[in-house]
Design a binder for this molecule. Structure first.
Ligand SMILES: [Ca+2]
Length: 322
């Protein structure tokens, strides 16, 4: 979808720019993820005298006035976040070096899940010329997760930005909790302007609710020359909330892998066909008890919204024996 509308947003953006004065410019010179060692000194410096993006934002948050952040990196990309999201609670302009040059991402080796940017209410933030990627939130069972890449309560201008591969909720084929998920890429309750930007391949995945794969907004939203593509909502319908043990969720997950593979090839499956695929993959033993277990499991999983109702045909519904 390409949207070329709402020049009002551009006017608001220009007005915003013209009224801001900047107290300091912090130049990020390190790709790592470390804290500013002293936020009282108005200098961006970690304990090794490097200026990371996190240190720059922390110093800007602590300093009076409206600051800006630019980049001078030996290795341009990516900036690998390992500590957690980047909270912004000050007026700021962050100017990257290009969507294809600079990526701010949750480290691919990070053991923890967190989003990338969190913009608090009442501040005016502009981020331009970079890619925001890999944010991931996994809410606890039956909880709500919002904004896998960006959470915005303020006024946020995104210019020449790519927001991609962010996720809120259950990652595809990784059932570890039963959740509600809104805004895989961006969750906005403030005012969000996107200009010359791309929001792609973000996912909102919840077993109970999943909306806004790319953007979920209850606030003001303006898109100008912005492409939103390839984002997914992966909600399954929950008729009857059920809690499963971790190893049971893992087995349901394996069933979903099989079902989705066959569905992609254009086939529905019977319970017995799923069962034989699991036996063939050595996931379960081949016995009547085992079959009955899978049958009961798939029935419960469908009721709980963890398995798509339409993926399994019911012609063997009455089959109780092998
Ligand atoms: Ca400092």
């Amino acid at each position: 979808m390409k949207v070329t509308i709402l020049f009002v947003g551009l006017l608001a953006f220009l007005f915003t720019f013209s009224t801001q004065t900047f107290a300091a410019t912090f130049v990020v010179d390190n790709n790592g993820d470390t804290n500013d060692v002293n936020t009282a000194d108005n200098l961006c410096a970690d304990s090794s005298n490097n200026c990371t993006l996190r240190a720059a934002i922390e110093q800007a948050n602590a300093s009076a006035g409206d600051d800006s952040i630019t980049f001078s990196l030996a290795a341009a990309s990516p900036i690998e976040l390992t500590i957690g999201e980047l909270p912004i609670n000050t007026n700021i302009i962050i100017v990257g070096t290009g969507e294809n040059q600079l990526t701010v991402q949750r480290s691919t080796t990070s053991a923890t899940n967190f989003r990338i940017f969190n913009i608090t209410g009442g501040v005016n933030v502009t981020i331009s010329d970079l890619t925001i990627s890999g944010g991931r939130l996994m809410p606890a069972s039956f909880n709500l997760g919002v904004g896998g890449g960006i959470y915005n309560e303020g006024i946020l201008n995104l210019i020449n930005i790519t927001v991609k591969n962010n996720n809120v909720g259950i990652p595809f084929n990784q059932l570890t909790s039963q959740t509600r998920a809104l805004g895989g890429g961006i969750y906005n309750t403030g005012t969000l302007y996107l200009m010359n930007s791309t929001v792609s391949n973000n996912t909102s995945a919840g077993s109970i609710t999943a909306e806004g794969g790319g953007i979920y907004s209850t606030g003001g939203l303006s898109l100008t020359n912005t492409i939103i593509t390839g984002d997914k909502n992966m909600a399954k319908i929950c008729f009857e909330p059920k809690e499963f043990r971790q190893n049971t969720l893992a087995l349901i997950d394996k069933c979903n892998v099989i079902l989705e593979r066959y569905d992609a090839a254009g086939f529905d499956m019977t319970v017995r066909q799923v069962y034989y695929q699991l036996v063939a993959a050595d996931e379960i033993e081949n016995s009547e008890k085992s079959y009955n277990k899978i049958q009961g499991l798939l029935n419960d999983a469908r009721l709980a919204g963890l398995v798509d109702w339409d993926f399994i045909v019911d012609r063997t519904r009455q089959l109780r024996k092998l």
